[in-house]
Write a new protein. Structure first.
Length: 127
């Protein structure tokens, strides 16, 4: 096996000799980005009319969802339990779909809270 001769620490700390063009590039530092000033004017009336015309046929704008009334003094607690293996991926998918469509509840916690609350009310339990 060929061994590379060992260098002393002072030899290893020496800077290598760089070509003059590399030294010039280092001396310049980071170049400033070249940007061109852009002026943009928007006519809000025309913009609103053009977006209204672009809605696909059969699609309507979503109405805001009423906020769920929750008592302020109710805290959250952590629960740990097992569920079928198909539930976590379905819950993640439902939360992601609802979040992209901006439908509430849009979190896994909110979806589970709403489902359990409905189950308790349906079965006559008080919360």
């Amino acid at each position: 096996m060929n061994q590379i001769p060992r260098r002393s620490i002072s030899e290893a700390a020496q800077r290598p000799a760089l070509p003059p063009d590399a030294l010039a590039l280092i001396a310049q530092g980071n170049p400033k980005p070249q940007t061109h000033p852009v002026s943009v004017t928007v006519d809000s009336v025309k913009t609103q009319e053009s977006t209204e015309r672009k809605l696909p046929i059969g699609k309507t704008e979503r109405q805001p969802v009423a906020a769920i009334e929750e008592p302020d003094d109710v805290g959250l607690v952590q629960l740990g339990f097992r569920v079928r293996a198909t539930i976590p991926p379905a819950l993640r998918q439902a939360a992601m779909d609802r979040k992209t469509k901006r439908i509430r509840p849009c979190t896994q916690q909110g979806i589970i809270d709403e489902a359990l609350t409905a189950w308790f009310k349906k079965n006559g339990y008080q919360l």
